[in-house]
Design a protein around this ligand. Structure first.
Ligand code: F6P
Length: 326
């Protein structure tokens, strides 16, 4: 858009590997196209408090391989209020920022949608979350690295599970989505994945035990998606201790290890492509869209669609896991 001279960039919500690669790509594509760039620290919090730094191409040198986000991140309660968003808008006016690129997950893009509608600001979102729960994109920035982290951790737990002939419930992140658990289970040869998407339809634990999941094995790994709906790894282990006391059960909660680390090649490539696409979107006059990827093609997904809560999960993979673990 012709009226855009300066693009602000921020990361918000839970960090994800390759957010830095995205920051680099947005910054350099913007500068390449003649825009000024300003980095906003600590997400919407920094937009409210005015923590804004002019970005040159050198500000993003040597970061493509780093985990976390050089812009820092936060979850801002103040930005959820109209008063907070007004102060954020005033910062933009003062700093001469005419457009925003927001890198974050569901909550961050929800904030972007409201902000854009209140103040008529061009905003483009990049899906930055390990949860992979944004609609309209096959994958999100950080998801592949988190899956690889899960894989490495579960491989190690498998060794001790086998030695002790134990049943392990390993809890992974994902908020209310089961993508990490499902594909983590496939990648590690786990015996099952327990995911929130089908939690209200079947008793996944009872089904697992009734299927005789340990007929041919003495140890088992079950990946559990964190969520009240699944009961979490601790909840499931307590049930096993009570209902099936013959099993020697243990729990591991992988936690924030899943959010850190140097990004995988796939995530660096995705973040670089999406970062360039964010600036191209602004040049084309797009606003209030998230950059998505579908069948390796970059697409624009309206915020209202992206933040829908029902991104479909491939349920057939549960059966694949079952077949492959006989
Ligand atoms: O959205 C990313 C995520 O890591 C979720 O998987 C998890 O539920 C949540 O953030 C944890 O947030 P926090 O770091 O604030 O504890």
């Amino acid at each position: 858009m012709e009226s855009i001279k300066c693009v602000g960039i921020l990361t918000s919500g839970g960090d994800a590997p390759a957010m830095n690669a995205a920051i680099r790509a947005v910054t350099r594509t913007a500068i390449y196209n003649g825009f000024e760039v300003k980095g906003i620290m600590r997400g919407y919090k920094g937009l409210i408090s005015g923590e804004v730094i002019p970005f040159k191409t050198q500000n993003v040198s040597n970061i493509i391989q780093q985990g976390g986000t050089i812009l820092k991140t936060a979850r801002s309660k103040e930005f959820e209020t109209p008063e907070g968003r007004k102060v954020a808008y005033e910062t933009m006016q003062r700093e001469g920022i005419d457009a925003l690129v927001v890198i974050g997950g569901d909550g961050s893009l929800t904030g972007a949608r409201i902000f854009a509608s209140e103040f008529d600001i061009p905003i483009v979102g990049l899906p930055g979350t390990i949860d992979n729960d944004l609609y309209g994109t096959d994958t999100t920035i950080g998801y592949d690295t988190a899956l690889n982290t899960i894989m490495e951790a579960v491989d190690k737990i498998r060794d001790t599970a086998t030695s002790h002939e134990r049943l392990f419930f390993i809890e992974v992140m994902g908020r209310n989505a089961g993508f990490l658990a499902l594909n983590g289970a496939l990648a590690t040869g786990a015996e099952a994945a327990i995911i929130p998407e089908i939690a209200t339809e079947v008793d996944q634990l009872a089904e697992l035990i009734q299927n005789g999941f340990r007929k041919s094995k003495n140890s088992s790994i079950v990946l559990v998606a964190e969520s009240e709906l699944t009961g979490g790894a601790i909840g499931l282990a307590q049930r096993v201790e009570k209902e099936y006391p013959q099993y020697d059960v243990r729990v591991t909660i992988l936690g924030h290890i899943q959010r850190g680390g140097s990004p995988s090649a796939a995530d660096r490539i995705l973040a670089s492509r999406m970062g360039e696409a964010a600036i191209n979107a602004l040049l084309e006059g797009q606003r209030n869209v998230m950059i998505g990827i579908q069948n390796d093609v970059l697409v624009y997904v309206p915020f209202t669609k992206a933040i829908r809560n029902d991104k479909p999960i491939n349920r057939d993979l549960l059966n694949t896991i079952k077949i492959l673990s006989i």
